[in-house]
Design a protein around this ligand. Sequence first.
Ligand code: ADP
Ligand code: MG
Length: 225
Amino acid sequence: MIEFDAASYSYTGGELLSKMSLTITPGAFYFITGPSGSGKTTFLKMCYGALLPNSGKLQIFGRDLRKMTRDDIALMRRNIGVIHQECQFIDHLNVTTNILLPLSVSGQEKLNDNLNLKELLTWVGLKGRSGALPPELSGGERQRAALARAVINSPEIILADEPTGNVDWEMSQRLLQLLIELNKMGKTVLLASHDLSLIRLAKSHVQARVLRIANKRITLAGADL
Ligand code: ADP
Ligand code: MG
């Protein structure tokens, strides 16, 4: 559903990601790992069409990103839920309103039938915090609110950029559990993390594939990880 074919990416400096060829398959669970600064966030940005490869080809849902208009890309993104590294909320709007934002942006007035807001808040454990403002949330609560916001449109793909970066181990496990549940519901999950314990834990619950970024290359890591 996401296909890189000799795709490279550079910011203004030299090449950051070089000639990546790989296919993200539907329903799979992927870890994106690699040292800080290796390009995990950049890779995820390419996966939702926020960055285009400088050379090579990138297809998302079978369509060549370079041939898509801005509107096409905006439409496609409704099918991809993103949990950004810093979560970014609108601070003067409460948790519920923030979670519902992607819906109003995409012009959908109502939640679809299989996704009830109350159930969603309960699922992420924020039922009692629905009226709180983002600055009042703990790190773990913010990440769970960001997760709820990412799935509000019932996307097929969930991209999570180091969601466990600023939370303790117990909360990391809880976030991982939510992502595993989404994967078991058939969602494709891409989770950027350099936490090896988290990767090991995931592997005991789900058939996770580990993509490793190092020295400009992305490779499928062996079973030893
Ligand atoms: P990671 O998520 O693995 O830590 P990033 O993808 O965020 O890595 O960044 C990879 C490299 O690209 C870093 O050296 C970073 O400084 C650089 N970089 C990231 N964003 C930009 C940008 N907008 N302009 C220029 N360089 C950037
Ligand atoms: Mg990053």
